[in-house]
Design a protein around this ligand. Structure first.
Ligand code: C5P
Length: 308
């Protein structure tokens, strides 16, 4: 690691949220995690993480955006934990510090990996800020220590996640898909949704790679993709938030090809046939007044990237 003669300017990283096109989960493992087979797609809703030099040993974070008040700004902030982890495992003997600013657009506790995205953004921003020579693969290994979705947030695109969802293989995907996201007023905690999943006695065994979905993605067939959207956590999310069923029903009635609750929810992702259909659906869904906000996005998009 080189010692900078003058401290560089702030480093900014843009990082996308994700939708799980398919999420199959087995039963709870002894370590508390669930074995997954999930297809992630990074979509165009982005958080931005900015890192600047701070006093050695000082790690701070400021969160900006509509839902900023819902994000902890102390030591348990995932981006702060990410910066500390990078400093302690990859920093030189010289103590490091960072001041982080997060501009949030990905919903908080919305099932779109918002916290993991910020951790991924902080890892990349601090690696560049501190001039740490770490490869993308090594960054992903570090990311997996912070959360199961962090490796995907670094990589982006479309990928199959196995293990806890952190063992990634890229998925061939043709074209761009248009989604309408229904952001919910409340949050859902991922451990609570997995807890409900256990309580309901759910869990697919064995976990299969969704071959039909892989074929739909490689041929860019949006109709076929809409027929194989699936999330094993959906019954658990609906049990905790029964009103989500009305959102799902409304989107499908208003012209979505298909719908899926993203991850542990409560964000609902509606797949549209094309961009004009997504515009039409987002206008109609907003006017129903069933959710906090409606956002049109497309995917796949890249993962964590420097803003130059
Ligand atoms: O890895 P991460 O910290 O994002 O996971 C949050 C929680 O979600 C875990 O503590 C666990 O309760 C649950 N989880 C799980 N199985 C997974 C991923 C997450 O049970 N594969």
């Amino acid at each position: 690691m080189a010692t900078p003669v003058t401290e560089p300017e702030a480093v900014r990283v843009r990082v996308a949220g994700k939708v799980n096109l398919s999420l199959r989960s087995g039963r709870r493992r002894a370590d508390g995690y669930h074995p997954l087979s999930t297809v992630f797609q990074a979509v165009s809703v982005f958080d931005e993480v900015e890192a600047t030099w701070a006093e050695p040993g000082a790690f701070t974070v400021r969160v900006l955006g509509e839902q900023a008040a819902l994000v902890p700004e102390g030591e348990d902030n995932l981006a702060v934990r990410a910066a500390r982890l990078l400093a302690t495992t990859w920093g030189s003997s010289r103590p490091l510090g960072a001041e982080l600013v997060i501009r949030k657009a990905i919903p908080v506790s919305g099932g779109m990996a918002g916290g993991s995205a910020d951790a991924a953004g902080a890892l990349l921003a601090c690696a560049v800020l501190w001039d740490i020579d770490i490869s993308p693969d090594e960054l992903r290994v570090l990311g997996a220590q912070l959360g199961a979705d962090v490796p995907f947030c670094l990589a982006g695109g479309t990928a199959l996640g196995t293990g806890r969802g952190d063992e990634l293989a890229p998925v061939l995907s043709r074209g761009s898909y248009h989604w309408v996201l229904a952001f919910s007023d409340g949050e859902l905690s991922t451990p609570a949704v997995f807890g409900k999943f256990d309580q309901l006695g759910l869990g697919t065994d064995p976990l299969e790679v969704p071959a039909e979905m892989m074929n739909a993605l490689v041929s860019g067939d949006v109709q076929a993709l809409s027929r194989c959207l699936v999330n094993d956590l959906e019954p658990a999310a609906l049990a905790l938030r029964p009103e989500l069923a009305r959102v799902v029903e409304a989107g499908c009635t208003l012209g979505a090809l298909g719908s899926v609750i993203s991850g542990s929810g409560p964000t609902v992702a509606f797949l549209a046939a094309n961009e004009p259909a997504a515009v039409d659906l987002s206008v109609r869904l907003s006017s129903e007044g069933l959710c906090r906000a409606v956002k049109r996005v497309s995917g796949p998009v890249p993962g964590a990237r420097l803003v130059v």
